[in-house]
Design a protein around this ligand. Structure first.
Ligand SMILES: *[C@@H]1O[C@H](CO)[C@@H](O)[C@H](O)[C@H]1NC(C)=O
Ligand SMILES: *[C@@H]1O[C@H](CO)[C@@H](O)[C@H](O)[C@H]1NC(C)=O
Ligand SMILES: *[C@@H]1O[C@H](CO)[C@@H](O)[C@H](O)[C@H]1NC(C)=O
Ligand SMILES: *[C@@H]1O[C@H](CO)[C@@H](O)[C@H](O)[C@H]1NC(C)=O
Ligand SMILES: *[C@@H]1O[C@H](CO)[C@@H](O)[C@H](O)[C@H]1NC(C)=O
Ligand SMILES: *[C@@H]1O[C@H](CO)[C@@H](O)[C@H](O)[C@H]1NC(C)=O
Length: 470
């Protein structure tokens, strides 16, 4: 009887699940999907996603309190999301190890938030962070944060594990982290080849997937902020106002119809509907084509290469084959006479993106412009851009911040400390299709995440080749 009842409930559940799936888009379900609420004894939910506590279940086994401390905000008026009210603090090089089942690009997000605590003065939080041997943060100072900060990286994982190591800059400083996300990216998110554009030449740039990338800007042009709740890969897209050089000659457009994703074009994971359904355009209302560009300016650090991904979707023309325009990156012509109809199978509202690699030069800015081309038509749209993403590539030292390679950072700690077994948490993250399908409809459904013990020596951390500058 009991059994019958259960299977009846199960059938009902599966039925409702399949109708949900049929009605909604098929959501991307990452093979690896680890969301960790660091320093918390309870799991918590943020944007309808469950972050698993890194200590509750196996506390007694592991995370010895002498090396790592879990911290809770002692501010009773803290209204920040729950994942920001706790942190794990490291006073020696330590970290987390994730078991990876899906070889390929992974999205790694690190969440940091200044806590008010009686035990630690966050003005003493100063540390480096390594991800699989790449230096992703160096001399990061926690006390300066005046709000939650999320760092996002795209890291290629060849072997079965991803290791995130936190290294305090010296013995009197400490490292911390509030939450971590490690998610396998869809296979089409980062492709291996882009166009390298400089004032001298345009040539093919290969090997993009094996670079460590840091997402520096992700901008929804002409539209509102898009939050992780509304994005297919839980990203944040900010409005373009702060980057627009001048709004002169441009117009924002909004499209309420359906975005027509094409096989082979940008997928819904590359950019969601609510990013493609807004844009900024140059429009000609009479017989003359306006002599203007729309230009966006992004402050960047010199000495690094950047991947610039430009998203286009013709949501503004009245018919196909009427929109031709030029695209410039750093003032160099990157795409001449771009014909969005031609590249999207002659469909309107079909998304397309183009990837460029450029050098961040001493000017300290990276610019993106679109403007009319010699083939532009009057009485129509003469330039459009829907979104921009700018990602920094690691340098030859294997770093996203400076000239110190990972090897050097680890050696800065006395050998005795490096060779002790540091507490590392292993997260075996299992496929959680169910919770993904349901993620926007139900809260509190748990991902199947399994934790196990595996002490690892920090000196085992795979270090990218490279040595300090002489
Ligand atoms: C961060 O917290 C510390 C105390 O831990 C405090 O002294 C500092 O002013 C805070 N910083 C900001 C920007 O709020
Ligand atoms: C999600 O998007 C919808 C419409 O696009 C908007 O009304 C809603 O406020 C968004 N939710 C969040 C949490 O951003
Ligand atoms: C076309 O319109 C623009 C402003 O929309 C104006 O500046 C320009 O003078 C007009 N050109 C002609 C030929 O009327
Ligand atoms: C648009 O930008 C390109 C590249 O910087 C430049 O060559 C062109 O003259 C600009 N056009 C206008 C109208 O400013
Ligand atoms: C537009 O055409 C003129 C003359 O044919 C040419 O000199 C110029 O380089 C062209 N501009 C672009 C951006 O293709
Ligand atoms: C980034 O690191 C990889 C692996 O260490 C290296 O092959 C590549 O050349 C680096 N990228 C750049 C732009 O130097």
């Amino acid at each position: 009887m009991e059994f019958l009842h259960r299977s009846f409930v199960l059938t009902l559940f599966l039925l409702s699940l399949s109708t949900l799936t049929a009605r909604s888009y098929t959501f991307f379900s990452p093979v690896d999907n680890c969301l960790i609420d660091c320093g918390s004894t309870l799991d918590s939910t943020a944007d309808n996603r469950l972050f698993i506590s890194d200590s509750s279940r196996f506390k007694s086994h592991w995370l010895s309190s002498t090396r790592s401390v879990s911290l809770k905000s002692n501010n009773p008026f803290d209204v920040s999301p729950r994942i920001y009210q706790t942190a794990r603090v490291f006073t020696k090089p330590s970290g987390y190890e994730f078991e990876i089942r899906d070889k390929g690009t992974h999205m790694v997000r690190l969440h940091f938030h200044n806590l008010s605590s009686s035990k630690f003065d966050f003005n003493d939080a100063q540390f480096h962070v390594l991800v699989n041997g790449f230096v992703v943060l160096s001399d990061f100072i926690g006390g300066n944060l005046d709000g939650p900060k999320v760092m996002e990286y795209l890291i290629w994982v060849e072997t079965g594990r991803l290791v995130i190591t936190f290294v305090p800059t010296c013995k009197s400083k400490f490292a911390f982290v509030n939450a971590i996300e490690v998610i396998s990216a869809p296979k089409d998110l980062i492709v291996d080849t882009a166009q390298y554009v400089s004032s001298e030449k345009i040539e093919q740039f290969d090997g993009l997937v094996e670079q460590a990338l840091e997402v520096v800007y992700r901008v929804n042009v002409g539209g509102p902020k898009v939050t992780p709740f509304n994005d297919t890969l839980w990203r944040t897209w900010v409005p373009d106002n702060d980057f627009l050089k001048s709004s002169f000659g441009s117009k924002r457009v909004y499209f309420s119809g359906r975005i027509r994703y094409q096989v082979g074009g940008a997928s819904r994971e590359v950019g969601p509907d609510n990013v493609y359904n807004t844009a900024r355009v140059i429009k000609s209302t009479n017989a003359s084509i306006p002599d203007v560009n729309i230009t966006w300016v992004f402050p960047v650090k010199g000495g690094f290469k950047y991947l610039v991904r430009l998203h286009f979707c013709d949501i503004a023309s009245i018919s196909i084959a009427l929109l031709y325009f030029n695209v410039y990156v750093n003032g160099n012509l990157a795409y001449k006479d771009l014909d969005l109809s031609g590249v999207t199978n002659y469909e309107l509202a079909a998304p397309f993106y183009a990837d460029y690699v450029v050098d961040g030069d001493s000017s300290g800015v990276l610019t993106v412009s679109v403007g009319p081309s010699n083939m532009s038509y009057a009485y129509g749209i003469d330039g459009i851009l829907n979104a921009v993403e700018i990602m920094k590539l690691n340098n030859s030292m294997g770093s996203l911040v400076g000239d110190l390679p990972a090897e050097f950072i680890l050696k800065s700690w006395p050998r005795g400390n490096i060779h002790v077994l540091v507490p590392l948490i292993v997260a075996v993250c299992l496929l959680a299709i169910l919770s993904l399908v349901m993620r926007r409809r139900m809260t509190g459904l748990k991902d199947s995440v399994m934790w196990s013990k595996l002490p690892t020596d920090v000196s085992n951390v795979n270090v990218k080749s490279g040595s300090p500058q002489p």
